[in-house]
Ligand binder design. Structure first.
Ligand code: PLP
Length: 468
């Protein structure tokens, strides 16, 4: 057993509260995970006794793999729209959570899921209209060629399924991903998620390419460089005997640092198809109207995916995810392997997912993402113009990245973390992403309003002044 686990031994004090027997392991004792640790609570940060007790209880029962956000973790008990409330009643502005895409506890989603839960909740081996009605609606949002859809509960599961489908279609195993990709937590998806770090680095059948870093690479070179890197990776997979199964990419490059340039993917997808591979668009992050100009991130690049995966915002918090595919790509898998997923696509999650689509349409949330996201980007750009520690504000719709740099122009992990925690102290929730944890990740529910932008920018100006 790793020594740090022993160091984390906890006990109950006479009042029944969990306490650490000191010293507790700090994050530096554990292997660093870019995606999990760039904004994680570290035990060397002092917290109040009640918070400390809850953290100790978590460690005691959940073990040391879990991470909390922020130097001072947040204990939430309630949410509504873009607002979250902590145990003391303090109100936070949520500028981070894409899962609650139509807003926390949206009444139409709550009502639809509750009504279905009180009526029937079974699985997909019985006939039910809910899955058919939803599938019909979902498929109309996708290109005509992407005409089958299968359901699971998480993004990891559908990405795992997509890998199996691609492998059976191509007869090859090699996968090309980006340097800081995150595609999930199953065995096969951790092998294509190097941002998790530690011993679960990319598998031997995986090649990584640098993301299209629009801050450091001239716009005119982004697409050609990216395609050249992918071509080199494909050649390497072929000479290593793996062949090319899939080019697997998050179409907003969120864990890599948020790179929204829509010219990037087309030449690469052509190259992938020429090499006999499939293009898997992971829409878990940009999907469901977040980018403001399209329902799906790949549409912004004008490319046709062979497989599309989606999850997170699909049920506004209920566990529902999907893999849509072209019939010809799915065929080898679907004719050989029966599919069953106990919870995936059940009537309750289908009802919630249908309500999410209703709200996106009825409340005009794609337009809202475009307009309010554009306003937020413009305000942040104006406010940080010429600031020596902010390199760039970029994004699409309500997916926004802010590049934090040192005085010498290098990625500034510590500066980004300081800003995130300064915002948290001011009750505004954001996080970080990117290879160096130096890009602020601003990704609020799609119901973010103009007054939320005002609130956000007031606090951001103050946080900027306090951090640098
Ligand atoms: C791009 C991307 N793909 C897949 C996943 C995995 O989804 P889940 O956590 O629902 O398994 C995530 C989760 O953060 C993600 O960001």
């Amino acid at each position: 057993m790793h020594e740090s686990v022993n160091q984390n031994a906890v006990f109950r004090d006479t009042a029944g509260c969990w306490r650490f027997s000191s010293p507790r392991a700090t994050n530096s004792d554990m292997s660093f995970s870019n995606i999990m640790d760039s904004n994680s609570y570290s035990p060397d940060h002092p917290v109040d006794p009640v918070t400390g007790s809850m953290i100790a209880a978590r460690d005691h029962m959940l073990g040391p793999a879990y991470r909390l956000f922020y130097d001072e973790p947040v204990h939430l008990v309630r949410g509504q729209g873009t607002r979250l409330y902590d145990v003391d009643g303090a109100c936070f502005l949520d500028a981070y959570n894409n899962v609650a895409c139509v807003g926390h506890c949206h009444p139409r989603v709550v009502e639809a899921a509750s009504r279905q839960l009180a009526t029937l909740n079974t699985h997909t081996r019985y006939l039910h209209r809910g899955i058919l009605d939803y599938s019909e609606r979902l498929l109309t949002t996708l290109p005509d060629a992407v005409n089958h859809v299968m359901y699971a509960c998480t993004g990891s599961e559908v990405n795992d399924l997509a890998l199996r489908v691609a492998e059976m279609h191509t007869g090859a195993k090699g996968v090309v991903i980006t340097t800081d990709a995150y595609h999930g937590n199953t065995a096969t998806t951790t092998a294509i998620s190097p941002s998790i770090g530690g011993p679960t680095a990319a598998g031997p059948h995986v090649r990584v390419v640098a993301p299209p870093d629009s801050y450091r690479i001239p716009a005119g070179e982004l697409a050609t460089r990216f395609a050249a890197d992918v071509n080199a990776a494909i050649a390497d997979l072929q000479s290593a005997g793996f062949g090319l199964s899939a080019f697997f990419v998050d179409t907003i490059f969120s864990s890599d640092g948020i790179y929204p340039d829509p010219s990037v993917l087309a030449p690469t997808v052509d190259a992938v198809h020429r090499a006999g591979g499939v293009f898997i668009a992971d829409e878990v992050q940009p999907g469901f109207a977040r980018t403001g100009d399209a329902m799906w991130g790949f549409s912004r690049h004008a490319v046709l995916p062979d497989i599309v995966t989606m999850g997170k915002p699909m049920g506004n918090g209920l566990p529902i995810a999907a893999m849509a595919a072209q019939a010809g790509v799915l065929e080898a898998f679907a004719t050989e392997v029966p599919y069953f997923n106990t919870f995936g696509g059940n009537p309750v999650t289908m009802a919630a997912a249908a309500a999410v689509l209703d709200v996106i349409e009825d409340e005009g949330l794609m337009d809202n993402a475009a307009v309010v996201g554009g306003l937020l980007r413009a305000e942040l750009t104006g406010m940080t113009e010429g600031h020596p520690r902010i390199g760039e504000v970029r994004g699409a719709g309500l997916y926004i990245g802010v590049e934090v740099i040192t005085d010498a122009g290098a990625p500034d992990r510590a500066g980004a973390k300081a800003l995130v925690n300064a915002m948290r102290e001011r009750n505004v929730l954001i996080s970080v992403c990117g290879h160096d944890g130096s890009v602020l990740k601003i990704r609020p529910p799609l119901v973010f309003s103009r007054s939320d932008v005002e609130w956000f920018c007031t606090e951001f100006a103050a946080a900027l002044a306090s951090a640098f």
